[in-house]
Design a binder for this molecule. Structure first.
Ligand code: ZN
Length: 378
């Protein structure tokens, strides 16, 4: 084969290969978690900015990023009271960012929720109002009038970055009398436990005590790829929403009903009653059989567990069995099948494995526990 011919063949080969490489790189960044019994798992990022407040991009970029990341539900929550670009981009209509995003999302599988960020000193601090009808009516002098107007429009309202050192030098979330009053009047329904690259531990306690919906968001202003190192395998914080249907109504019902789990770094944060079905839907036991040594069946059961999620599960062994290869803390990598060799002492037809799930929390330092029923293939 001549050099020319060889380079021709190589070019053809590369030409055929390139589109596939590009495709798999895009698939790789998609955030994936399984549905749970009775509900669809929708991936959401409900706190984002564009040039219509203090962000650096046009709304179409937010829609495109969401498509790449497999995010099903977004909201562009422009600051009502903070419009630093308004000398360059004066727009009289505060709904414009939503309208543009909605237009770009047409024919895409993305739900765009109409939202805005109520931007006040602490307390009450910053809050997002979702499912609003007209953001212009939220331009008001007193914060309480903004919250009341948002509620009148049917809004779901959550407290943003309650740990933010920009407003709270200790970074500790504290419930003020103003927040209590908002909650009592039905004007505050949720709280962020994760915002951008911060985690608000006390916000989780508060969510449990005050029965607030648990949220995690990117609060992105520039590019998702830069802030969350997507090329390096990172992901934005998202809220997994357990919805009865893939629609705005399905999302709204789920948020008011507190059906969420936050996916932040490698942690799943939420109520135990949603963490357990999410973990059990993620980890599926495919097969289990006793290992042979030559012609002899051993008492070591090989259990194949597939992880159908993006989380790297860290499980602490709480059963009476120990493992032949692994220590008592096992790691199940995303979208991978792991073989766990269990020393069952006798040959059993079935047994139970019990784990504490270390990468999930439902309240401060408390991890959910799961059991897996193992049936040996005869
Ligand atoms: Zn914000």
């Amino acid at each position: 084969m001549s050099a020319l011919h060889r380079s021709y063949v190589t070019s053809i080969f590369l030409f055929l290969l390139l589109p596939q490489i590009k495709l798999s790189a895009q698939n790789h960044r998609k955030i994936e978690f399984p549905n749970i019994p009775g509900y669809l798992t929708l991936i959401s990022d409900l706190h984002q900015h564009t040039v219509f407040s203090d962000g650096s991009v046009w709304p179409d970029i937010r829609v495109k990023e969401a498509v790449f990341d497999g995010v099903d539900v977004i909201s562009l929550t422009e600051h009502i009271e903070y419009q630093p670009h308004n000398k360059d981009l004066p727009h009289p209509d505060r709904n414009r960012s939503y309208q543009l995003a909605k237009e770009y999302a047409k024919n895409k599988k993305i739900i765009v929720i109409h939202g805005a960020e109520i931007t006040r000193d602490l307390p009450p601090g910053h809050s997002n109002a979702l499912f609003i009808k007209d953001a212009n009516k939220l331009v008001q002098q007193n914060y309480i009038d903004v919250f009341r107007e948002a509620k009148k429009q049917g809004a779901f309202i959550f407290w943003n970055h309650p740990n933010w050192i920009g407003q709270n030098k200790k970074g500790i979330t504290q419930l003020s009398p103003i927040h209590e009053a908002l909650i009592n009047e039905g004007l505050l329904h949720g709280i962020e436990v994760a915002n951008e690259n911060t985690f608000a531990s006390q916000a989780l306690t508060l969510a449990n005590e005050q029965e607030l919906t648990i949220l995690g968001t990117s609060d992105i202003h520039e590019l998702i790829d830069w802030l969350f190192d997507i090329p390096g395998g990172g992901h934005r914080p998202v809220t997994l929403i357990f919805a009865k249907e893939r629609s705005e109504t399905g999302v709204k019902d789920a948020l008011f009903d507190r059906r969420t789990v936050v996916w932040y770094q490698n942690s799943l944060i939420g109520q135990e009653k949603y963490l357990i079905p999410l973990i059990k839907s993620s980890l599926v036991v495919d097969t289990a059989y006793y290992q042979m040594y030559g012609n002899t069946k051993t008492q070591i059961a090989n259990v194949n567990i597939s992880n159908h999620s993006d989380a790297t599960y860290l499980l602490n062994n709480e059963s009476n069995f120990s493992f032949y290869h692994a220590t008592d803390v096992i790691q199940l990598n995303p979208h991978t099948t792991t073989t766990l060799s269990v020393k069952t002492i006798a040959q059993l037809s079935s047994f139970e494995l019990k784990f504490e799930v270390l990468n999930a929390i439902y309240s401060k330092k408390e991890h959910p526990k799961i059991s897996l029923d193992i049936y040996i293939k005869p």
